[in-house]
Design a protein around this ligand. Structure first.
Ligand code: LMR
Length: 397
């Protein structure tokens, strides 16, 4: 009798509670704060001087063009819009792409590209470990982990000194085995803003070659650090130097298409035969993950890249965004000696050398919102608020 009355285990009873995403949670926290002088330095979206994230001019024009000319919304296939991937490859990889050995597909955002690459690696080499430099974007390890791959963190950055600790990185990567994967930020490192020098990139390429590691580049901020070609230079070098290389790309930031989820994945293989296998596997994996990527954002990017006037306008507006970020970097660097390294770093983010308690205090006492590790979105600042931030920070240095 008692057995009959015993509660049956829930079919979903193995689930455990999950904390809300801390970075995305900052959006709601900031929104709920009634203080008018509050500062949102949280999630990485570009903001102009008025703190708005406008739709880019070229995007608006491309959308209007698509709305008036698009004749069908019929399916395209698991690879998405191949002309989008081809036009984008010219911007990203330039002449470093070897079409015989490289498969590229459209993905839902950079996250989709990372996940598809992770799923392919898990299928191709399930025993591989993915080496991820710390600190990094908090979604990196979960993406690879959920695909079933082992991840290991290695030291990359000295937060206290605000600079790359390359010697420690090489030291720790001594434990990597052939077939392991090395995750690299192509430019505008998230969260530190600290990018490798040309010499360090050469050393990384040599290390990958000598130890048989697969470089997996995440490039999500091309054009927001330096010119488009400069921000892609390291990725191109990696693709030229090594037989096998992977690139996950996002158009979310440099085209301002965040919620449209626009990305791409390219995988370069040792030869055309392996490339055919890789491509076939990318397509079956994509089919099971999302069947087909959403078209609208990719159609916008393709329209811009295929039209000379729109492309010029996009590059001009992107240059303005970059100049705004780099101007704010200069202002921060000049405002306090502890912030000086920010002037030489690049991209949307910088890490303040402060403790988590200071991050909480800045939020509670001053309404200044940033990631728990002290990462700020520089575009959330303005010439008026840089001194506000620096004054609030000073007691914590
Ligand atoms: C960020 O790091 O803030 C952005 O890449 C947004 C995100 O998805 O986390």
């Amino acid at each position: 009798m008692s057995e009959l009355l015993a509660p049956t285990p829930l079919p979903l009873g193995n689930l455990i509670d999950q904390p809300a995403d801390a970075l995305l949670g900052l959006i709601a926290l900031h929104r709920a704060d009634p203080r008018p002088e509050k500062l949102d330095l949280g999630v990485g979206v570009f903001r102009d001087d008025m703190q708005a994230t406008p739709v880019m001019r070229a995007v608006k024009a491309a959308e209007a063009h698509i709305a008036s000319t698009q004749a069908s919304k019929s399916y395209l296939g698991a690879e998405g819009d191949m002309l989008y991937a081809e036009r984008l490859a010219e911007v990203v990889l330039g002449s470093a792409i070897d079409h015989e050995r490289t498969a590229g597909v459209q993905t839902p955002g950079g996250t989709g590209a990372l996940r598809l690459g992770a799923e392919l690696l898990a299928r191709a080499h399930p025993g591989a470990t993915v080496w991820i430099g710390a600190p990094t974007w908090p979604n990196h390890a979960p993406i690879f982990g959920e695909a079933g791959l082992r991840t290991r963190s290695h030291r990359f950055y000295d937060i206290e000194r605000s600079r790359i600790d390359f010697a420690s990185m090489l030291d720790e990567l001594d434990n990597a085995r052939p077939g392991d994967v090395l995750l690299l930020h192509g430019c505008c490192h998230n969260p530190s803003g600290a990018d490798f020098s040309t010499g360090e990139w050469q050393a990384i390429a040599a290390l990958c070659e000598a130890r048989g590691l697969i470089p997996f580049v995440d490039l999500a901020y091309q054009g927001l650090g330096d010119e488009l070609a400069e921000d892609a230079a390291a990725t191109r070098r990696i693709f030229e130097a090594l037989p096998t290389a992977i690139l996950a790309y996002s158009c979310d930031k440099n085209f301002g298409l965040y919620r449209d989820r626009v990305g791409a994945l390219w995988i370069q293989s040792a030869n055309a035969g392996v490339n055919a296998l890789v491509r076939a596997n990318m397509l079956t994996l994509a089919r099971s993950l999302w069947s087909m990527p959403p078209d609208h954002g990719a159609a916008i990017v393709r329209t811009i890249l295929e039209d000379e006037a729109l492309r010029t306008d996009w590059e001009t507006e992107l240059a303005g965004m970059r100049a705004r970020i780099n101007g704010l970097r200069g202002a921060l660097a000049a405002a306090h000696p502890r912030l000086a390294p920010i002037g030489d770093q690049r991209g949307m983010f910088a890490m303040l050398p402060i403790a988590p308690e200071a991050v909480a205090q800045l939020r509670d006492q001053h309404g200044i919102y940033m990631a728990g590790n002290g990462r700020i979105n520089i575009a959330g600042l303005s010439a008026r608020t840089v001194p506000v931030l620096v004054a609030a920070l000073a007691p914590h240095f």
